[in-house]
Each structure stands twice: as C-alpha cells, then as structure tokens.
Design a protein around this ligand. Structure first.
Ligand SMILES: Nc1ncnc2c1ncn2[C@@H]1O[C@H](COP(=O)(O)OP(=O)(O)OP(=O)(O)O)[C@@H](O)[C@H]1O
Ligand SMILES: [Mg+2]
Length: 366
C-alpha cells in the first residue's frame, strides 16, 4: 500500500474536523527586483512593478490621497514620493554583502518589502476565512540570511511559507525536471540552474549580476557618449531598452527622442542598443559552459541542447539565436528555447510546487 504524504490541506481539514473551518489559498510568488508576480489557486494572476512609494510631506499626501503607492503608479508619481525598490541589489536579497548602506536604510527597505508583499497578496483576493500558503522564489544563490529576510517580509501576511530558487520554480512549472538548464534573466540577477531529476544543490546553480539593471547602466553610458548634451534618466533608458532591445546583426534603425536643452531631439541609437544588449551574452555563455562541463559526461549533450530562457530579459530580440551561436563556438553545440510566459513562468512554477509539497516542507509562520 502506498501512503500519500500528509499535505498542508489535510492539516487544515483536520482542523475543520475539530471545529475550525479554514480553507487554504495557495500562492506562488515571484519577488522580482523589477516585478512582483503572483499566481494563486483561485485562478488569480497579477503582476506589479516592484516599487513602493510614500508621500514625502503633507502636501504630497493631500495630493495623492493615500499613504502608500505601488508599482507603476508609484514610479509615475515619484516626484512626490520617497520611492523604494525593496528587492534591488544591495538590500533584502543581498544584505550579506551590502556594506554601502547603513542599517536604517535596510529597515526602510524592509518596511517597503513587507508593504509590497502584502499588496501583492491582496491582489490575489484571499477570502477572510482562508489560510495563505505561499511559495516564494529567491535568487539561486541567496544566502541563509537573505532567505530569512524574505521570510521576515512575508511573516505578517502568510500562514506558511516555502522558499525555492527562482530558476528551479521555472523548471518545475514547465515539468522540465531532467537534463535541462534554466537561464532566468531578471533585472537584478541572471539565475542559472541545471536540473537532474532531484532538488538542485548549490553546485547546480549560478547567479550573475550582469542582468537587466546592469544592462540599463551600460546602455545609459553608451547613450551619454552618443548624446553628451542630452538629458535623460535611467527610467527613460529602461523604457527604450524594453521597447527596442535586440542583438541580431540585421535590424530596423532605432530612432528615439531625447531632450537637449529642453528641446526634443531625435538620435539614431541602433548601434548602442545592439552593443549594450550583446554585453550580457558572454557571462551567460561562460556560466552555461561551467554548468555543462561539470555535469555527468553522459548527460552533457542533453543539457547543452536543452537550455530554457526565462525572465523579462529573455525578450531581447534574437537573444536565443545569438546564445546558440556563441555556445556552438565555445561548446560545440547548443539549443535554446524560450518560455512562453516570461512574466509568469516563475510564479506559475511556485504555485505548482505549493500544490505538490507535503506538509513537512512548509515553514509555519506564527
Ligand atoms: N522587451 C524586453 N527586452 C529586454 N528586456 C526587457 C524587456 N521587457 C522587460 N525587460 C527587462 O527584464 C527585466 C525584468 O525581468 P523580470 O521581471 O524577469 O525580473 P525580476 O524577476 O523582477 O528580477 P530578478 O529576477 O533579478 O529579481 C528588467 O530589467 C526589464 O527591463
Ligand atoms: Mg525574477
């Protein structure tokens, strides 16, 4: 006779038998540097930019008529707000290596992280009588301390939590648990993870910081060089990148308007965009090489030809092809496929895991 593992839901049913009546809403949560996405077992899927803003003063509060703003709205009203991006490099996710920021800064980011997690879970529309069980994706190489901080951010809103690595969540959601290499190109990190039919270990994962935010900075510098008299912010550069990013040899010319002395002026930035976007390729191929070459030799071939691209950065036009060509040069061969839903691949996988995980994998929160 086989015994099925005791599931979180069973426990709640037990509770029901003792008179308490609480159902469980399972939620997969991807706390991204740039976007927080949630998928819940009631069918809700939502995504919000990972920004939280608080009115700077009493005038700002009167104007905005609320004391917290989230996502795109917060970015749009940023002149009236103290704006936080709580999962940005240097804060919650990297608290260990952060020497730049004083502890008060971490506290403020922690508060913003808690508010953002609460907001994202509210978007899932849980009923008052439901328990919330959430699986949260964390960067592949998040430390014990980083994970503890992520749990801390969720403590006030979740009843039980599990942390899993972001690229593992992607693989789990796609049912690609064997001989697959996931490359999740986010804003703060590129997370790589090789799958071999079990839970991935430390040596199966690599985290790079040459991701979307880094790419924005590279493009910013190239645009400054091209148009030294133009005024633009990193927000505008990100916008341009998201609209036009490509790495192919052939391309339509990209012309954008930038302000010079307050006057909109058109610049051809085709070359700058191509050059910046191509910069993310070598570190990724180097990391793929490392994960492939240290894999069981009998399965290296399969791994190399089973690379899955996920994350917002995977939408750079032609990236899959250029990665394949570079892998062919460095590794002899390589095949890359792109996930269909780069926005939701992580939280979909986390939700699936939430459904599948037996009770002992969950951490109950008080
Ligand atoms: N069409 C596009 N072309 C290129 N980059 C894009 C495009 N759309 C979004 N991005 C970039 O993808 C990144 C966001 O991806 P994603 O939402 O997967 O990241 P995240 O999960 O928030 O970050 P992380 O996983 O590092 O915490 C940003 O850098 C964004 O600018
Ligand atoms: Mg991500």
């Amino acid at each position: 006779m086989t015994t099925t593992p005791k599931h979180a839901l069973d426990e709640v049913l037990d509770e029901q038998n003792t008179g308490k009546t609480k159902g469980v809403l399972y939620v997969g949560i991807d706390l991204g540097t740039s976007r927080t996405s949630v998928a819940a077992s009631n069918g809700v899927r939502e995504t919000v930019w990972s920004y939280v803003g608080y009115p700077k003063d009493v005038v700002a509060r009167k104007l905005l008529k609320k004391d917290k703003l989230f996502g795109k709205e917060a970015v749009e009203k940023r002149l009236s707000l103290d704006l936080y991006r709580p999962f940005e490099k240097g804060f919650i996710k990297y608290a260990d290596t952060d020497t730049e920021h004083p502890p008060e800064e971490l506290d403020k980011h922690m508060r913003a992280a808690k508010d953002l997690v609460r907001h994202a879970l509210q978007l899932c529309r849980p009923r008052k009588d439901e328990l919330l069980y959430g699986v949260i994706g964390a960067p592949a190489q998040a430390s014990v301390k980083n994970k503890a901080l992520i749990i801390e951010a969720a403590r006030e809103v979740l009843d039980a939590v599990m942390i899993c690595s972001e690229p593992f969540a992607v693989a789990y959601g796609l049912d690609r648990l064997e001989d697959t290499l996931v490359v999740d190109i986010g804003a703060g990190t590129v997370d790589l993870c090789r799958m071999h039919g079990t839970m991935p270990a430390e040596e199966d994962q690599i985290t790079l910081t040459t991701a979307g935010d880094w790419l924005d900075q590279q493009l910013f510098a190239l645009l400054k060089k091209k148009a030294p008299n133009a005024d633009f912010t990193i927000h505008r550069v990100k916008e341009i990148k998201e609209k036009y990013a490509f790495v192919t040899d052939a391309a339509e010319p990209v012309r954008v308007e930038l302000l010079v002395n307050g006057k909109p002026t058109v610049f051809d930035v085709t070359e700058e965009i191509r050059t910046a976007c191509r910069m993310i390729v070598p570190p990724i191929v180097k990391a793929i090489h490392k994960l492939v070459s240290t894999f069981d030799p009998d399965f290296q071939h399969k791994l190399r030809n089973n690379v899955i691209l996920a994350g917002g950065g995977s939408q750079i036009i032609g990236l899959g092809r250029v990665l394949e060509e570079t892998m062919q040069k460095m590794l002899g061969s390589g095949e890359v496929i792109q996930v269909e839903e780069p926005k939701y691949a992580g939280c979909n996988g986390a939700l699936k895991m939430a459904h599948d995980m037996p009770e002992e994998y969950w951490k109950r929160l008080a």
